[in-house]
Design a protein around this ligand. Structure first.
Ligand code: DX5
Ligand code: ZN
Length: 220
């Protein structure tokens, strides 16, 4: 059975109490940090100084999701501040392969994210350059949206390519993941699950455990 990871998104946490909100998810695998620039997506969250502070106090490693333009310029800095994983959107980089190599050279895992409207085909041959593919299951920008079931064919397509290349690649889903939808995504091949509202709308430790159980029931 493939290992599965639950990565709570602190987008749904209380930003005034980030330290305790991070401590509340110490049983998670990684913490998902959503960086938005009000340009690539119509919302604004945080940048390097805040992410650096999060890195300093988080009990689990950082899974940084960059929803920003000009990723070539900004992404390496997140690897430098110690993020375990840095994911940028396919359209946001001039040269996705060069950027992936720069991230790996700085000791981070390199991830590529695909928005709902992004065709995965042109990126499949680049997968050996990456450690993670993030298939968005909502339009990026906001938490609390509904899971897009019609992204499952894309997820299966990426999972097929991963198997064909024999890659050790994490397949992440982000958006609308709950105890009801996590199994559907696991069934389609996902092994790394981001959940914001589902975790922080209850007791995070309990929610994480419930998500793990639901995902494990559908693991490959
Ligand atoms: C949306 C973000 C997500 C968001 C998910 O653009 O990338 O990480 O926090 O939130 P939920 O789990 O509430 O859909
Ligand atoms: Zn995200």
């Amino acid at each position: 059975m493939t290992a599965q990871r639950i990565n709570p998104s602190i987008l749904s946490a209380d930003f005034v109490n980030l330290q305790s909100e991070l401590e509340a998810i110490s049983t998670a695998d990684l913490v998902h940090v959503d960086v938005m620039d009000n340009h690539f997506v119509p919302n604004l969250t945080m940048g390097p100084p805040i992410v650096e502070r999060i890195q300093g106090v988080s009990p689990v490693p950082l899974d940084v999701h960059l929803m920003i333009s000009d990723a070539d310029r900004w992404a390496p800095g997140y690897a430098d501040l110690g993020a375990y994983s840095v994911t940028f959107h396919a359209e946001a980089a001039e040269d996705p392969v060069a950027l992936a190599r720069a991230l790996r050279a700085r000791g981070a895992r390199a991830g590529i994210a695909l928005k709902p409207g992004t065709d995965p085909e042109p990126y499949l041959e680049l997968l050996p350059e990456f450690d993670q593919v993030l298939v968005m299951t909502v339009e990026p920008g906001f938490g609390g949206q509904s899971f897009m079931h019609d992204m499952m064919p894309k997820l299966r397509r990426v999972a097929e390519a991963r198997a064909r290349f024999g890659l050790d690649l994490w397949l992440q889903v982000d958006g609308g993941i709950t105890v009801d939808t996590i199994g559907i995504a696991a069934e389609a091949g996902a092994d790394t699950f981001v959940a914001g509202s589902a975790v922080y709308s209850g007791v995070p430790e309990e929610r994480i455990a419930e998500l793990r159980t639901a995902a494990a029931a559908h693991a490959h």
